[in-house]
Design a binder for this molecule. Structure first.
Ligand SMILES: [Zn+2]
Length: 310
């Protein structure tokens, strides 16, 4: 199927190069074609994927990396926590389920584009895509007086206060959540929830929900992969709950990192880096072991359950 797509893609490119059009239009068309290509991958794999009841390859995607630190805590960065947990998930799976091949989008501190992450997953023809991230709230801003200064008013000098803006990122919000691909149906309602609503909007790669192709991709994805993604996400969240971690459940968001990979997938937020207690837990070997165990167990359960249904 990959070669079939390649031919289609080549034909589209040929059509473009044959027509002489201004560069801007070419860029726009290239973008459209990239979107079309994405739709073709998702649609093309849908039928095949639904029939597929063996889980033989899983892509483990540690969020961010290199120049992109992700969310920042008081002493640690999201990219490092995500990598730490991802490596532990890989080790558990390799040890306990060696017939399941694990593929990493990064195994060290380097940057990988979202597109590169999709490519790794799609080229490997993987059966599952697991992206691991750390949450953060946006923080609150307040204006405080930092001093005074003298300014001339008319013919005399007066003292006026000087203010500065302080961003307080610390939060009492704690817990885990797992995202599957979908249109966030009620952003107004999310806003009303308050501080918490600011969370994953900080993540890069939200799809443009006003772009009609977004709706097509998500509709196709929903048909082929949503059910399985929710099944997996629910298992992850249940396991987090058993650990006593706060459980915000499985949610939908139009995250490009999930849309570009033609397979069931979830994006897991393992906790809040700007909550002091959670930051300590997320950086501790015991915390990372427990979270990795919860994720790996969910993957193993998902695999065994799906293969039993054959
Ligand atoms: Zn992230």
């Amino acid at each position: 199927m990959q070669s079939y797509l390649k031919v289609l893609y080549d034909q589209e490119l040929k059509t473009i190069t044959e027509i002489s059009i201004p560069l801007d239009n070419v860029m726009d068309m290239m973008k459209s074609i990239a979107r079309l290509f994405l739709i073709l991958i998702v649609v093309g794999c849908a039928q095949q994927a639904l029939a597929q009841k063996v889980v033989s390859k899983v892509v483990l995607d540690a969020g961010h990396g290199g120049k992109d630190p992700g969310a920042i805590g008081s002493f640690s960065k999201e990219k490092d926590i995500a990598l730490g947990i991802t490596l532990k998930v890989r080790d558990i799976l390799n040890r306990e389920m060696p017939q399941l091949k694990t593929i990493l989008t990064r195994d060290a501190d380097f940057f990988v584009e979202l597109k590169g992450r999709h490519e790794i997953a799609n080229k490997a023809n993987a059966d599952l895509f697991i992206s691991i991230h750390v949450n953060s709230t946006a923080g609150t801003r307040s204006r405080v007086q930092s001093g005074t200064r003298r300014v001339k008013q008319g013919r005399k000098y007066v003292t006026v206060p000087v203010y500065k803006t302080i961003v307080n990122r610390a939060t009492s919000v704690s817990g885990t959540e797992t995202y599957v691909l979908g249109l966030s149906r009620n952003s107004q309602k999310e806003k009303a929830i308050g501080e918490y609503s600011e969370t994953v909007s900080d993540e890069p790669g939200l799809m443009d929900e006003n772009d009609p192709t977004t709706a097509i991709i998500i509709a196709q994805y929903s048909q082929a992969f949503l059910g399985r993604s929710v099944t997996l996400g629910s298992k992850v969240q249940q396991n987090f709950g058993k650990l006593g971690r706060g459980n915000f459940g499985v949610k939908q968001k139009s995250l490009e990192v999930l849309a570009g990979s033609a397979m069931p997938g979830v994006l897991i937020e393992v906790g809040f880096i700007n909550n002091a207690e959670e930051e300590a837990y997320l950086n501790s070997p015991a915390g990372q072991d427990a979270l990795a165990r919860a994720i790996a167990t969910a993957i193993i359960d998902y695999k065994l359950e799906l293969e039993r249904k054959k």
